[in-house]
Design a protein around this ligand. Structure first.
Ligand code: PMP
Length: 415
């Protein structure tokens, strides 16, 4: 558990926080690691790593059907994660928390079940220019299959949605709006509440892709009034391979099943199968037990520090990094939305992001370069990709200084 000394009043002791992350003390290419690829996946605190080991060394067993002690302990720990996730996003009930492999699987689950049941020829689905491929491809596949139409909300040069254009796209033909809460390439925080309100007025259902927002923002799915919300544990200091799909109860209840198998049934005969109640109806097969258990520890970790303190710290890093990076000649920040999380995407004239990324890696600095699974967005800005530095609770201003020096040296070498 985090020592209380690490969280004093409003101040976050980032150096004490760093001690919880063993990987931060390693070196890369002989230099201390500077990890700025948090939007891809965050590092894991020791408590999360311990939760995985504790399960495998102490009570490894399959869950739900066993009556022996290990099975009961594993089941209890697994189900506790559901309660914590319910509180984490303020869902009305635990039955509305469906465990998935992550955001991608959550979106696909909705596309394959709700989508195939409800989308007909001529119906329209709205997404935006800044969607991750995970929130484009499932809808394209569905539209092709059903002869439905995919519409795209345009953005301005700062990387903000054009809300007037969005409203113009809405009509009684709109059946679904699927929108990213926070852009992984721009950091833009989208006005999801307004988007949802407008969609509901025409009777459309709204899915919010919370992959990037859940670690930074306070999520209240009831206040937001979204119909579906998907997120991944690995972007919020938890393990890979586990995430959540939240859905409104009446929708989840009326949806057909996703995968068939054990766990998701009540009774099976060769003539007929009856399906299990929520949430198990959507959780076929042996789940990812260890990672689900450790996911709770990750949410507890975030709660213990407090999202507000994390946000404050990350915002300081964002402001500092933006100021420093703008000093570099030829550097253009892509994504200047008024509402942004702690992520800076940029492009340096006459250089390729990949070359910069390699030179930074030689200095132990991990950034992401490329299209970030948002190729249509890169196309919108007329660039092959960006260099993206995304900040987490454990990053420091000194690390940003190192990034700036690394970039200056890289530019000198390449130009
Ligand atoms: N949407 C967004 C905005 C993302 O950033 C990501 C991960 N890069 C995803 C969806 C997909 O998440 P996952 O790979 O964890 O399924």
């Amino acid at each position: 558990m985090i020592k209380s000394a690490t969280i004093q009043n409003d101040l976050l002791d980032v150096y004490a926080i760093r001690e919880h992350f063993p990987i931060l003390s390693r070196e890369v290419k002989g230099k201390p690691l500077v990890y700025f690829d948090n939007a891809a996946t965050s590092q894991k605190p020791q408590v999360v790593i311990d939760a995985l080991t504790d399960y495998y060394t102490g009570y490894n067993a399959n869950i739900h059907r066993g009556i022996h002690t290990l099975a009961e302990e594993a089941t209890a720990a697994f189900e506790k994660t559901r309660d914590t996730a319910q509180q984490f996003i303020n869902a009305a009930s635990r039955e509305q928390i469906i465990f998935t492999r992550g955001t991608t699987e959550g979106i696909n689950l909705v596309a394959y079940t709700w989508g195939r049941q409800n989308i007909k020829a001529g119906d329209e689905i709205i997404i935006s220019t800044m969607e991750h491929h995970s929130n484009i491809v499932p809808w394209q596949v569905l539209c092709e299959e059903k002869n439905a139409i995919l519409k795209v909300i345009p953005i301005n040069d700062d990387g903000e949605l054009l809300m007037d254009e969005y409203e113009k796209l809405l009509s009684p033909k709109t059946k679904l709006v699927s929108i990213v809460h926070v852009s992984n390439s721009l950091g833009t925080v989208n006005p999801v509440k307004k988007i949802i309100e407008a969609a509901h007025k025409v009777g459309a259902v709204v899915l919010v892709d919370g992959a990037q927002s859940t670690v930074h923002l306070d999520i209240d799915v009831q206040k937001m009034d979204c119909d579906f919300f998907a997120f991944s544990a690995h972007k919020l200091y938890g393990p890979t391979g586990i995430g959540v799909l939240y859905g409104k109860k009446h929708l989840l209840e009326s949806m057909p099943v996703f995968q068939g198998g054990g766990e998701m049934i009540k009774e099976v005969s060769f003539e007929k199968t009856t399906f299990n109640d929520l949430p198990y109806k959507f959780e076929a097969g042996t789940p990812n037990i260890a990672d689900t258990i450790a996911f709770k520890t990750a949410m507890d970790f975030v709660n213990k520090i407090g999202k507000e303190k994390i946000r404050k710290h990350e915002h300081e890093l964002l402001v500092y990094a933006t100021d420093q990076l703008e000093q570099i000649s030829g550097l253009r920040i892509i994504g200047k939305a008024k509402e942004k999380t702690s992520l800076v995407s940029f492009f340096i004239d006459k250089t390729h992001p990949q070359d910069i990324g390699i030179l930074l890696d030689n200095r132990g600095i991990a950034v992401r370069t490329g299209h970030h699974c948002t190729q249509p967005l890169m196309h919108r800005f007329g660039i092959p990709g960006t260099i993206r530095a995304s900040f987490a609770v454990y990053n420091t201003k000194e690390e940003i200084d190192q990034l700036v020096v690394g970039l200056q040296k890289a530019v000198k070498m390449l130009l």
